[in-house]
Design a binder for this molecule. Structure first.
Ligand code: X8Z
Ligand code: ZN
Length: 615
């Protein structure tokens, strides 16, 4: 039995994006007034949850369409519509919070208590219960998102403008120190205008979180994991402690190789790595510099990008390839509406939100993805990632609305990436994306290096993004220290340094989608640990008993069924139950990822012997 304080409705409809919320405020107010007269019972609370489920289902029909049109066709009109929808939704939330107060002292059954708690935690953007402040918050959030989405680097007037995808492509392929630096600095010209908005955003959402009974928004975010916020923080530290030694070895080796490429004057061997040399705009996945750090040249050709281009891959084919994998696991084919409604490439003639996302729309079969896809391996993986979200939506669509979510947000992020783990060289060879490759120890180290550059390099980044936000929301990082504290964390965790001096005139956190988009990021840290745990369990179901890195579950109905059953639980049970259903374990555990990379770890330790590691 639990006692409840307040509740909060969720606005977030998409995986990786914010849906607006709208409507029904007046009816709710009337009902709220009526309900406040008389003493509340557990049956009233159950009815309240039921009513919530119905109302949200109704509201999302309009909200999801407004949000979709605004994300795929940004104009002043769609921005206006979307800000108004968000405002209405925030108002609806405030009404519901007021109304829920009558259940504060009521003894509730576990399920109703859970549902009400989920409603309360469902939004990452709580608003103060004040009309003016709600309007202000809706407008700020709109402006932050649009500034990012429309951001371009225009060194010499309009003709010269480069989009994020253009700059990302330079970061991936250029080996010219200065060209990389320009692309890196260029993208960060889009974010200084966000600085004041972000400071105000933190104030307003903190106020909203305080009204819900949390010290600040960071505490509220950390409270969504069936444990206390403090326990959650310790949990992250525990998992980070498990994987940090592997990151440290990888960092040491990569720095040495970059020193060979660019010269040790540019990459000093006892200092953090310049952030623009790692193949990625945010230094978050390093797979693009694989050619610079390939352990055994000529042993294996893992160049999927080249194979895709050579074979004239299309974006549609990339999506079909991913769909085929899920279908091979016994999951359904994508509905026809997916193909007609999704946005797969950047439209030529209008502004859109390019950051990849998956959309459940009405909560039924109308599922979509939105991507500015380019034909390369990185984007192929992202397609698999997004379809992971889509199959989660499809699996839990028959549950009540309040359970339409991952067991926790890290689960939602982990599904597609788990499937990507099955794209072993043997699998890629089967679908014609890698040629002959030697199946020996050297080829294994090559393959593990390529994978670790993406997946191990990512971990400290995935931890620090929210570390920074938690500090901002807690008031430990005031606006005057925004950029400086960001770079302290980047240096401390990732061991990287900006290529040019930064100052408080910059706002580098704003140059990453999830900051202006207000998408919590710890979910990805959890996902990157969980996906190996999931894969280990799926492979066991297929009867595979070799090393995990050789396992592909393609075509396995047993694995697919286990996966689908967990997805179908949505958020209806504590995440430990969902984890147990698939893996038999009730704890998140990094041993699967550590075991997976054991051969590479041993190799890296040998390579690094005699080197001075650390920064
Ligand atoms: O934002 C995403 C997905 C959508 S949920 C494309 N990812 C993170 C990022 O791009 O920073 C996937 C992994 C990390
Ligand atoms: Zn995602």
């Amino acid at each position: 039995m639990k006692r409840l304080t307040t509740i909060f409705l969720f606005l977030t409809l998409t995986a990786c994006g914010n849906g607006g919320g709208a409507g029904a405020a007046n009816q709710v107010k009337a009902a709220a007034d009526a309900a406040r007269n008389g003493s509340a019972t557990a049956a009233d609370a159950r009815a309240f949850v039921e009513e919530y489920n119905e109302k949200v289902q109704e509201m999302r029909k309009e909200n999801s369409r407004i949000a979709w049109v605004r994300a795929t066709y940004i104009t002043p009109d769609t921005e206006w519509l979307s800000a108004r929808a968000t405002e209405k939704s925030l108002a609806f939330n405030s009404e519901m919070i007021e109304r829920s107060k009558r259940f504060n002292d009521v003894e509730l059954d576990e399920e109703t208590a859970r549902a009400i708690n989920l409603i309360k935690l469902g939004s990452s953007m709580p608003a103060p219960n004040d009309e003016e402040k709600r309007t202000e918050l809706a407008e700020i959030s709109q402006r932050l998102g649009s500034t990012y989405a429309k951001g371009k680097y225009c060194p010499d007037g309009e003709e010269s403008c480069q989009t994020l995808e253009d700059l990302v492509a330079i970061m991936a392929s250029s080996r010219d120190f200065n060209e990389l630096k320009e692309a890196w600095v260029g993208w960060r010209t889009i974010s200084p205008p966000m600085r004041d908005d972000y400071a105000r955003f933190a104030e307003l959402t903190n106020e909203g979180a305080a009204e819900l009974g949390y010290d600040n928004l960071g505490v509220m975010w950390r409270s969504g994991y069936d444990m206390s916020a403090d326990e959650f923080e310790q949990e992250i530290e525990r998992l980070w402690g498990q994987v940090k030694p592997l990151y440290d070895e990888l960092h040491c080796h990569v720095r040495a190789k970059l020193g060979e490429t660019y010269g040790v004057d540019k990459v000093p061997q006892d200092a953090p790595i310049p952030a623009h040399l790692l193949g990625n705009m945010w230094s978050q996945n390093w797979g693009n510099i694989y050619p610079l750090v390939e352990p055994y040249a000529g042993v294996s050709n893992l160049d999927v990008d080249a194979a895709m281009v050579e074979q004239g891959y299309t974006v549609e084919q990339m999506v079909e390839q991913a769909e085929d994998f899920y279908v091979s696991l016994g999951m359904p084919g994508l509905p026809e509406s997916f193909w007609s409604n999704s946005m797969l490439v950047r439209p030529r003639d209008r502004e859109v939100v390019c950051h990849a996302s998956a959309w459940p729309m009405d909560g039924d079969d109308d599922v979509r993805i939105k991507m500015c896809t380019r034909v390369n391996e990185e984007d192929l993986r992202t397609v698999f990632h997004e379809l992971g979200h889509v199959y989660y939506f499809l699996a839990y669509q028959d549950l009540p609305e309040v359970y339409h979510n991952g067991a926790h947000d890290g689960f939602h992020e982990a599904i597609g990436d788990t499937v990507v783990l099955s794209m072993t060289p043997a699998f890629l060879q089967e679908i014609g994306l890698v040629g002959d490759y030697a199946k020996d120890d050297k080829a294994l180290i090559n393959q593990q290096m390529k994978s670790a550059l993406d997946r191990i390099a990512f971990l400290p980044w995935a931890k620090l993004v929210d570390q920074w936000r938690w500090d901002v929301f807690a008031g430990d990082t005031p606006p005057g220290d925004f950029n400086q504290d960001w770079w302290s964390l980047r240096e401390r965790y990732q061991g990287i340094t900006p290529p040019v001096e930064r100052s408080e005139a910059d706002f580098d956190p704003g140059a990453k989608y999830h900051i202006p988009g207000n998408t919590p990021y710890t979910r990805y840290f959890l996902s990157f640990i969980l996906q190996y745990q999931f894969q280990r369990a799926l492979c066991e179901k297929t009867g595979f008993d070799g090393p995990l890195h050789e396992c592909s579950v393609y075509g396995s109905q047993e694995a697919g069924q286990g996966f689908w059953e967990m997805l179908g639980m949505g958020q209806s049970r504590p995440w430990r139950d969902a984890l147990e259903a698939l893996t038999g374990q009730r704890e998140m555990d990094a041993t699967a990822i550590i075991d997976y990379f054991a051969p590479l770890m041993a190799w890296l330790e040998q390579q690094n012997a005699g080197r001075q590691c650390g920064w």
